[in-house]
Design a protein around this ligand. Structure first.
Ligand SMILES: Nc1nc2c(c(=O)[nH]1)N[C@H]1C(S)=C(S)[C@@H](COP(=O)(O)OP(=O)(O)OC[C@H]3O[C@@H](n4cnc5c(=O)[nH]c(N)nc54)[C@H](O)[C@@H]3O)O[C@H]1N2
Ligand SMILES: Nc1nc2c(c(=O)[nH]1)N[C@H]1C(S)=C(S)[C@@H](COP(=O)(O)OP(=O)(O)OC[C@H]3O[C@@H](n4cnc5c(=O)[nH]c(N)nc54)[C@H](O)[C@@H]3O)O[C@H]1N2
Ligand code: SF4
Ligand SMILES: [Mo]
Length: 827
């Protein structure tokens, strides 16, 4: 018997865990009390480690298809044979069709994000069909545009020291347990908690106020709260940050919606004049921003104008030097000011913040209540709580997947909530506020990812959703990619699909289309690497067995921890079944076949050690020594430097070098205005009333369950027993109107298709709304005699459109706001 300290990676919480092992068996599972984040906490999934490790369903050897696609006839092959063949096919296909010919599909990060990108770059920069159109990327991109740096609330929010907290479309008790821990600690210290969610879930039971919303309308709620904040002159309380570090005071030309530049003023140097109507955004701005090289060709002057209350006249903000043209400036945040312009006439200009205020002035709580289906008194009550944090501490607003990542108005909702947050004057990069952690820069470091090695190119969807597929070049827009495959598009349609730790038939919207694409003659090779035979694997050409976290050292590399931010050194506790390998092995061995010099490591231990030494300065002689130490605290605790922006250590890499509450970039990318505006969901009672006549419930899909990590573990008895059947949550009155009772089997239908689910009826669902959780129950559980439903019979994504109703630029699919109907299932 031995004890092994390692990391659970059955979700992003990555709790520290100690396994007691007897031979190849895990006999005991304990939380690691010394782990700096989880502090000994584990959830139920961790306790299934032995069941997962020893599951009879595990893939044990590489398999090659011998029968027809999907026929289920396989031949065992060696890793060498599989890797050689996959490599050869990739080379041939890239030579014939170019870089879009081969794609990697990705679900959530499972510890290989950087090395997947390295593999893509190794092969000349191949395509990726990732889940970044939803998940956290819509939040990161929104902060990258607004703040010029990326963060998300679960890592950046210092909840423990806040006095009021809004958990807005996020349920960390299930989804990110360390935030849950921190939230409960905040509550014990007196913090006031508000939860915004169409469904009353566990986290709402811990809150002072539950604010139900109609899915997909959170921006309206944000505008109403902003409206109230302006009524209370909250911008004056936040004056220091807003005036000094944001572009709120910059003057705006109402005719063009552009910020006023110095050259537009009377007496300015006319030779510096630029034609602002002819601006283009190109290249990989995401990379450029993280490299702090964000020089936008369309405005080389970068000299903006603000109104100085001290001198009662205009002053120029030089965004390159980051200074005003004179000393002792006190910028006006709100108001309208008259300036002499080029032709000598006078013209009035409002500040950027005033322009936004004018917009939200129309968004009274009463109006918002009509759109959001939130009782108006709840909006006032929420505002009151956020305005009165306990002991005068900070107010933190944490929006996540439910609010601003998976609906038609996703990016603008994120920006609206972020702007609201600024009006509550949180400490910026300081205790109780929003921390600037550094791991995003580190994650994108080109020494790991090799990003920038290959020239930019156009991925599928670059024309319809330019932000994701071209300008920020994160991933192809999935719906466009599947369409390109179905069309047999030689330029944009991938022919080889490699799915590692990703089941394309489970994670993406409208899997009918995904499967049609994968089964078409245009796809010449599919590779699936998983723990189990998943539905995509069933139609693949190669199925490769993956090692679980208890059996591997690789795959633990996303430093997405809050404060502190440790780099944790995992250890192998038990041998992987058969020839199962960790994902880094696959990436490394494939990468070597193309260019061995880019993959100089012999093992995943070496890869971890390299990272540890290169990025964390660890001086260790070998892996055993690193593992003995276990944790390397980075960027936090006593190493944390506060208010880095004030010390020049952090830049806001935006065109104005300031946090942009007013974003010309967003406007240039096709959004209605430079400030956030409202857009009702594409398929809603108001946008499509004729569809609503039949499909008369507003549906949100994908809320997390304790028991499952996305679609994984429905075959593991210890997990499945917690949620044995697919279910849909309905409001009690909606159920009664339809004569539906608890536990009834229902058809859940949308204009795209139908699936099965059992009714779960309560008053904890906003009336008129319905919710389905994420697992699609693809695998059955023999031990409990419970069925599996493959990809098409209980998977809520069947109901979601893949190209319609997406967020304009980023292409977020409307997974959290469409319409459905429910009818009793007649056997
Ligand atoms: N309708 C709807 N759809 C959603 C969402 C939603 O809220 N609503 N959420 C979206 C989001 S945010 C995300 S991130 C995606 C996630 O989607 P995915 O990450 O694609 O999740 P899964 O469908 O579980 O597919 C992952 C597969 O990888 C396997 N696997 C798990 N860990 C590993 C590993 O370490 N190595 C290997 N090789 N295999 C592994 C699992 O067994 C599983 O079959 O789903 C998205 N889809
Ligand atoms: N156990 C477990 N943990 C996970 C995962 C998992 O599969 N299982 N997946 C991981 C991944 S990849 C991610 S991205 C995170 C997601 O983390 P979270 O965003 O915290 O989790 P979700 O449960 O997807 O969504 C949170 C809440 O949003 C609500 N919601 C739905 N629609 C709306 C809406 O329109 N407006 C508002 N305000 N709320 C809405 C849902 O009812 C739900 O309670 O979870 C991670 N953690
Ligand atoms: S699955 Fe549970 S124990 Fe494992 S990392 Fe996530 S929260 Fe922690
Ligand atoms: Mo995600």
């Amino acid at each position: 018997m031995k004890k092994v300290r390692t990391v659970c990676f059955d979700c992003h919480s990555k709790c520290g865990i100690i396994l007691t092992v007897d031979g190849d068996k895990i006999v005991r599972v304990e939380g690691d009390p010394d782990h700096p984040i989880s502090e000994g906490m584990l959830c139920t999934k961790a306790f299934s480690a032995q069941e997962i490790h020893a599951s009879k369903d595990r893939l044990t050897h590489p398999l090659k298809r011998v029968g027809e696609r999907g026929e289920g006839k396989w031949q065992r092959v060696t890793w060498e044979e599989a890797l050689d063949d996959i490599h050869r096919k990739m080379e041939e296909t890239i030579a014939k069709y170019g870089r879009n010919g081969v794609t990697v599909t990705q679900g959530t990060g499972r510890g290989s994000n950087h090395f997947i990108q390295r593999l893509r770059e190794t092969y000349g920069g191949i395509c990726s069909i990732g889940i970044g159109h939803v998940c956290l990327a819509p939040y990161l991109i929104q902060t990258a545009i607004m703040w010029g740096r990326q963060f998300h609330p679960h890592e950046a929010g210092d909840y423990r020291n806040a006095g009021a907290i809004a958990m807005w479309g996020t349920n960390p008790i299930r989804s990110r347990q360390y935030t849950g821990l921190r939230l409960l600690e905040a509550k014990r210290k007196g913090a006031r908690i508000v939860v915004v969610d169409p469904v009353f879930r566990d986290i709402a039971a811990r809150a002072e106020l539950w604010v139900p919303v109609r899915p997909g309308t959170d921006s309206a709620l944000a505008f109403a709260l902003t409206n109230l904040a302006f009524r209370d002159h909250k911008e004056q309380e936040a004056y220091d940050f807003l005036s000094r570090w944001t572009n709120a005071p910059m003057l705006v030309d109402a005719d063009t919606q552009m910020q006023v530049r110095e050259f537009m003023l009377e007496g300015a140097n006319a030779s510096e004049s630029v034609d602002l109507s002819d601006r283009k955004l190109e290249g990989n701005l995401w990379q450029a921003q993280s490299d702090m090289e964000f020089e936008e060709a369309y405005d080389p002057t970068k000299r903006y104008v603000v109104w100085d209350l001290n001198s009662n006249g205009p002053v120029v903000w030089d965004a390159v030097k980051e200074e005003y043209s004179k000393e002792n400036v006190r910028p006006a945040l709100l108001g309208e000011y008259e300036l002499e312009v080029e032709d000598g006439t006078k013209k009035k200009f409002k500040t950027a913040l005033q322009t936004y205020k004018d917009y939200v002035d129309g968004w009274t709580p009463e109006l918002a209540s009509q759109w959001t289906w939130t009782p108006v008194e709840k909006i006032y009550e929420m505002y009151d709580i956020l305005s009165h944090p306990t002991d005068g501490k900070s107010t933190l607003i944490a929006p996540y997947l439910g609010a601003c990542m998976m609906c038609t108005n996703a990016l603008n909702t994120g920006r609206a909530i972020n702007t609201l947050q600024l009006l509550f004057n949180p400490p910026i990069d300081d205790v109780g506020g929003i921390f600037f952690n550094e791991f995003w820069e580190f994650q994108a470091d080109s020494r790991i990812t090799l990003s920038g090695t290959n020239p930019q190119y156009k991925m599928p969807g670059w024309d319809t959703h330019p932000m994701i597929a071209h300008i920020y070049q994160a991933h192809a827009h999935p719906g466009s990619a599947w369409d390109a495959i179905i069309r047999g598009d030689d330029e944009y349609g991938p022919r080889v699909v490699i799915s590692m730790a990703s089941d394309a038939t489970g994670g993406f919207e409208e899997p009918q289309k995904v499967v049609k694409a994968l089964l078409s003659d245009h796809v010449e090779m599919i590779v699936s690497m998983d723990y189990f035979m998943n539905p995509e694997g069933e139609i693949a050409d190669y199925v490769l067995p993956a090692a679980h976290w208890s059996e591997r050292v690789g795959n633990i590399d996303e430093e997405l921890y809050p404060d502190p931010c440790p780099f944790v050194v995992p250890q192998i506790a038990v041998p992987a079944p058969g020839e199962a390998k960790d994902d880094w092995y696959f990436l490394r061995e494939l990468g070597k076949r193309h260019d061995a010099s880019l993959w100089p490591w012999e093992s995943s231990e070496e890869m971890q050690l390299w990272r540890l030494r290169t990025f964390h300065g660890a001086e260790v002689k070998d892996y055993a020594e690193a593992a003995e130490k276990g944790y390397y605290i980075e960027f936090a605790e006593d190493k944390r430097i506060y208010r880095k922006h004030e010390k020049g250590l952090v830049k806001f890499a935006t065109p104005s070098s300031r946090v942009e509450v007013y974003s010309e970039t967003m406007h240039m990318l096709g959004y209605e205005a430079p400030y956030p505006t409202y857009l009702d969901p594409y398929e809603s009672p108001y946008t499509q009333p004729e569809v609503f006549e039949e499909y008369n419930l507003v549906l949100t899909t994908g809320a997390r369950d304790y028991a499952f990590y996305h679609t994984a573990w429905t075959n593991i008895a210890r997990q499945r027993i917690l949620e044995p059947w697919p279910y849909i949550e309905l409001n009690y009155y909606d159920a009664r109107e339809r004569q539906i009772g608890e536990g009834d089997w229902l058809w859940v239908e949308s204009p795209r298709g139908r699936i099965k689910a059992k009714a779960r009826v309560s008053q904890g669902v906003n009336k008129g709304c319905a919710s389905m959780c994420r697992p699609n129950y693809k695998l059955g559980c023999d031990e409990l005699n419970l069925p599996g439903y493959s990809w098409d019979r209980a998977n809520p994504n069947v109901l979601i459109p893949s190209t319609e109703g997406n967020d304009l630029g980023w292409g977020c699919a409307p997974m959290r706001a469409t319409l459905c109907k429910v009818t009793k299932f007649v056997r």
